[in-house]
Design a protein around this ligand. Structure first.
Ligand SMILES: Cc1ncc(C[n+]2csc(CCOP(=O)(O)OP(=O)(O)O)c2C)c(N)n1
Ligand code: SF4
Ligand code: SF4
Length: 1017
């Protein structure tokens, strides 16, 4: 091992032909078609590729990566053409298999790749059935990438695509980890060509949203063509003309069997662990396979112990159709087979069917979703964890006649996991980070409804209105927005509803929902939220042209006559540019417009135009959009903390400011996106400053940090080292995992990084599971197992105490490096007096982390010394390094920062400053001398010694010195000119907000005293 001195570049993942490359699961899927074309070229075939689909987690970002890799893809004749929606994309893929029918065909065939998430798969049922029946081309082949979200982490419903594939009679593959992504993709294309089927490939967060080093050794290895399958005359691929009954016959009688033969020949399903006298079998597919392998490791079941127990393990790469011969061979001699699958069972039913007619004396018991007495065993609904599988497996193994020592070991381990699971079931995070609209989000305004009305939600960022005070109830799938009202309206006295519909969804399919509403005659107002982005899935543009003006024409041609266009710049929409009769209104008049609409008969529409704030930020950064020079500030001396600005704006940049006079408000100037809706309350404490720029304090000369001592020790990688990185979405948390992975790659070490981002971009929690090891085989399971984190790097205390994070910790094993800088949560918008419960957060961390954990405000020095809070995380990383908590060298981490290519200087300095803060706190403090005070790092030990009030913690849990009481403020207040009025007369002249502020500060008696002091009473 040692530092990899060779050139490492981000392009390598696509250009390198052999060896190892470091990439994400999504990038592996970008490499896949290039690898296929390389294989074809090696075989003398002149093929091309066609990719189409629709975005969405966990295949989110595939489109962006494909665009980014365009220059590489072009070299292989691969065209990426996103679809307007999933089924139209699938139809285009269907076309890619018909190239041979075109008289001008320039290629021998086209490899088709469709992608989408589970709901998109569901949408495509009709296309898949037709196209799979028609078949794939001999030199083409179709792979269908289905992004499943078993835990509904970023979806409106948990889903698994398995049944949709089965329904269309499409065989499907299920890679168990990122390491198999390319191999299985190539196999799927080969299988598709051979069998004439479209072949599905199921990917989930744990496989595709991971990053690891991939071995390319087998990328060019040919697949085995089955010798035991009798290919019918004319083969199984598409042709024309083609009778539909013959098509169906080919599908029903041959194609699936051809796929099974191909699977058998290429050992897609295989025994991966066996014992001389095997008696207990375990079968698992996809993620569950890696989970159970990890469970075996956690239970201490080595190869030796497995042999003593008599274990046999079967890895299933193609869950349907299940290859039967392998199942029988596997089952021979077994007493019981434990089948592990997440969500509904697919393999279990097929195995039961396969073995049903076996002799009673050789047929093993089958346990999976049901036990051998048909009682529920594994859950259908929740995701399965390594910990839960370890205890379920132990429960079954203990029924065997085991060696007592082994039985005792298994019992002890399972008890430990059960204990941890039980305590975590009870753990309730005192505060949670709920995703919310971004600062300045147009939906803050557009999703409001007038008093007495209600709205239906739909798919998109505006869905989050459901958990805000917006009178928004129920939602539909993408493209059904508002249509439930068609089924309610005839049976209720309620006269009218609003339906929110994003512009991305409108383009995808929502325009048909409007047509349905018009056809029904129901009284409904569609609010088409034109934010110029498919924002929820990353801010893509719709795959075509769609302007607000065009929408008005489309709505008009659907027969809607009451159409409003609402904008912050109404003058941009002269009557000549919009449909006849469309009324243009200012954003501030939305309420009045809605009140008019709700009195109308039939379908009306409001096109609300305001660009997505995240998109604005991106465009401003790239200089594509003007950055308004006006800044909004709140004068804390005037603010009385009533919270009306939060109500008016619903904006998370309006933050709490804790003062000795109580909680006030401040505008976070770094996150404010300048939509100025907070100004609507006419509050006297708001100040706007035109032409002002944020003052970036000149960073001190950091060139002088100099040589830093190496940490006294660093963790060994005898066993995998697990790091949980957490923080708020959009603050660079995922970069830490990426840097650690790249540094490991540079050092020739193995890594696996799993990013759990969910609704991260909207201020939700983000969590990266980083697993490092000397050997790839040790880190194939991407999630850190319950209670096995060695290090927690948390940029936010609220995320640090979240259930997902706490589950990973164990107080005897996990050290925490926690950023103690308070980041407000969205709860504060809905509840102005929201208590951040810092004390409770700390007490949770005290119980879950090792006593030498560090709590340090990394954000203040990041802002002060580097001018940007984004440096917080890398500073934290440097701190962890210096404390000897990273099994990587500083040189490799700094090289990873360089390879990453973003803000190299700042990030390198952040890393070094973090190191300095740990190595030489006095010098670090000195650097911060002229900046806001840095609170020296505290360990849990020192925190525990001082508890609650004794420790000087205030109600919000912060350290404080006894606050100045009214008496201390007397001189200041005594000079107040209006106070005497307040003290004497109940303040006829004193404005109520000022009076309340003063009364809160002093109390009425005190006011009188002050007034007397001034000699006015
Ligand atoms: C059939 C289907 N395909 C894809 C998705 C994933 N998805 C969730 S939100 C969203 C974007 C919606 O964009 P838009 O309507 O513009 O609303 P915005 O997020 O901009 O508010 C998508 C594509 C889905 N839920 N259903
Ligand atoms: S991404 Fe855009 S639309 Fe979504 S919450 Fe943020 S600002 Fe609003
Ligand atoms: S101007 Fe006000 S409402 Fe708009 S983003 Fe800034 S703080 Fe939020």
């Amino acid at each position: 091992m040692g530092i990899n001195q060779g050139p490492i570049s981000l392009d390598q993942k696509y250009t390198q032909g052999t060896g190892h490359v470091f990439l994400t699961g999504i990038q592996a899927l970008v490499r896949l078609p290039m690898a296929q074309i390389r294989r074809d070229r090696a075989m003398g075939l002149n093929t091309a590729g066609f990719i189409s689909g629709y975005r969405g987690s966990p295949l989110g970002g595939y489109d962006q990566q494909l665009f980014a890799a365009r220059k590489h893809l072009e070299q292989y004749n691969i065209k990426f053409q996103p679809g307007v929606n999933e089924d139209l994309a699938a139809t285009a893929i269907w076309g890619s298999q018909q190239l041979s029918l075109s008289p001008g065909a320039q290629y021998d065939g086209v490899v088709g790749i469709w992608y989408g998430k589970g709901p998109g798969v569901d949408r495509c049922g009709d296309v898949f059935r037709h196209a799979n029946t028609a078949g794939s081309a001999k030199n083409g082949g179709v792979l269908v990438l289905a992004g499943d979200d078993h835990g509904a982490k970023s979806s409106t419903v948990p889903h698994q695509s398995d049944h949709a594939f089965i329904s269309a009679l499409m065989p499907y593959l299920y890679p168990s980890s990122i390491h198999e992504m390319i191999e299985m993709g190539l196999l799927g294309i080969a299988m598709s060509r051979y069998s004439g089927c479209w072949v599905g490939m199921k990917v989930i967060t744990e496989t595709v949203e991971t990053t690891a080093e991939i071995d390319l050794t087998d990328e060019m290895k040919p697949f085995i063509i089955p010798s035991d399958f009798e290919m019918p005359a004319g083969g199984l691929n598409m042709r024309w003309p083609d009778d539909r009954y013959l098509q169906d016959l080919r599908l029903q009688d041959h194609k699936g069997y051809a796929a099974i033969a191909f699977a058998r020949a290429n050992k897609i399903n295989r025994i991966t662990m066996d014992s001389p006298n095997a008696r207990y079998g375990i079968m698992a597919s996809g993620k569950s396979y890696e989970d159970i392998r990890q469970a075996l490791r956690e239970l201490g079941i080595t190869d030796d112990i497995a042999a003593k127990i008599g274990l046999r393990l079967y890895k299933i790469g193609m869950p349907w159709p299940l290859e039967p011969e392998g199942v029988r061979q596997f089952a021979v001699g077994l007493e019981e087979i434990f089948i592990i699958e997440e969500r509904r069972e697919i393999v279990e039913n097929q195995v039961k069917q396969e073995l049903f007619n076996w002799r009673d004396d050789v047929r093993p018991r089958i346990v999976g979703k049901m036990d051998d007495h048909d009682k529920r065993f594994l859950t259908f609904a929740a995701e399965l964890s390594v910990a839960s599988l370890a205890s379920s497996l132990t429960e079954r193994l203990l029924r065997l006649n085991l060696n007592p020592e082994i039985a005792e070991m298994l019992r002890a381990k399972a008890d430990w996991f059960n204990g941890r699971q039980a305590s975590q079931m009870q753990a309730v995070a005192p505060v949670t980070r709920t995703p919310y609209f971004c600062s300045g989000c147009p939906h803050n305004t557009s999703t409001k409804v007038p008093e007495g009305s209600r709205a239906f939600a739909g798919i998109g960022c505006h869905f989050m209105a459901l958990w805000m005070d917006r009178n928004t109830e129920t939602y539909t799938h993408m493209g059904g927005e508002g249509v439930p009202w068609v089924g309610v309206a005839p049976f209720t006295k309620e006269k009218h509803v609003f339906a929110n519909l994003g512009d991305g969804t409108y383009f995808h399919s929502g325009s048909l929902a409007i047509r349905q509403a018009v056809a029904s005659g129901a009284n409904i107002t569609y609010k088409i939220l034109y934010n110029d982005a498919t924002a929820m899935t990353g801010g893509q543009h719709v795959d075509g042209e769609l302007s607000p003006q065009q929408i008005t024409f489309q709505l008009h041609s659907e027969g809607i006559r009451e159409i409003y266009l609402v904008s912050e710049n109404p003058h941009l929409y002269p009557p000549s540019d919009i449909a006849p009769g469309v009324k243009v209104a200012h954003r501030d008049d939305l309420d009045a417009v809605m009140k008019t609409c709700r009195e109308l008969k039939g379908t009306s529409a409001i096109v609300f135009v305001q660009t997505c704030a995240a998109e604005k930020r991106r465009r401003r950064k790239r200089g594509l959009m003007e950055d308004p020079a006006r800044r909004v500030l709140i004068n804390p001396a005037v603010c009385e903390g009533c919270g009306d600005c939060s109500v008016q704006s619903n904006c998370i940049s309006v933050e709490p400011l804790e003062t000795e006079l109580g909680r006030k408000r401040t505008i976070n100037q770094s996150t404010c996106n300048k939509d100025y809706s907070c100004l609507k309350g006419f509050c006297p404490s708001f100040v706007t400053v035109d032409g002002a720029k944020l003052r970036h304090r000149a960073p001190p000369d950091l060139g002088s940090i100099g040589e830093l001592p190496e940490p006294a020790s660093s963790p060994s990688l005898d066993r995998p080292y697990n790091i949980a990185v957490g923080g708020v979405g959009g603050t660079g948390v995922l970069t830490i995992g990426a840097l650690l992975g790249m540094a490991a790659h540079i050092e020739g070490k193995a890594s696996m990084i799993l990013d759990m981002s969910g609704l991260a971009q909207k201020g939700g929690a983000v969590l990266s599971h980083v697993r490092l090891s000397e050997h790839t085989a040790d880190v194939t399971c991407s999630r850190i197992v319950t209670g096995t984190a060695d290090l927690v790097l948390a940029a936010d205390e609220v995320v640090a105490v979240s259930k997902d994070m706490v589950t990973l910790c164990e107080s005897a094993r996990t050290t925490g490096i926690i950023n103690s800088h308070v980041i407000p949560t969205a709860d504060f918008i809905l509840n102005r007096d929201f208590n951040f419960q810092t004390r409770k957060l700390n007490s949770v961390l005290e119980t879950e982390l090792k006593k030498d954990s560090s709590f340090f405000d990394f954000t203040t020095p990041a802002e002060a010394l580097l001018g940007d809070s984004i440096a917080t995380n890398i500073m934290m990383l440097g701190y962890a390094y210096q404390r000897g908590l990273l099994p990587l060298s500083a040189k490799a981490i700094e090289q990873a920062i360089e390879v990453n290519g973003v803000s190299i200087k700042m990030n390198t300095q952040a890393f070094q400053l973090g190191r300095l803060a740990a190595a030489d706190p006095a010098r670090f403090k000195e650097m911060m001398k002229d900046h806001d005070a840095v609170v020296p790092a505290k360990t849990l030990d020192s925190r525990c010694r001082r508890s609650g009030e004794d420790a000087g913690l205030d109600d919000a849990g912060r350290d404080h010195h006894p606050s100045r009481g009214p008496a201390d403020r007397l001189p200041e207040l005594a000079s107040c000119k209006t106070l005497p009025q307040a003290g004497r007369s109940g303040a006829r002249r004193c404005r109520p907000w000022r009076l309340r502020r003063c009364a809160a500060a002093c109390g009425r008696d005190q006011l009188r005293k002050i007034a007397r002091l001034q000699g006015r009473v």
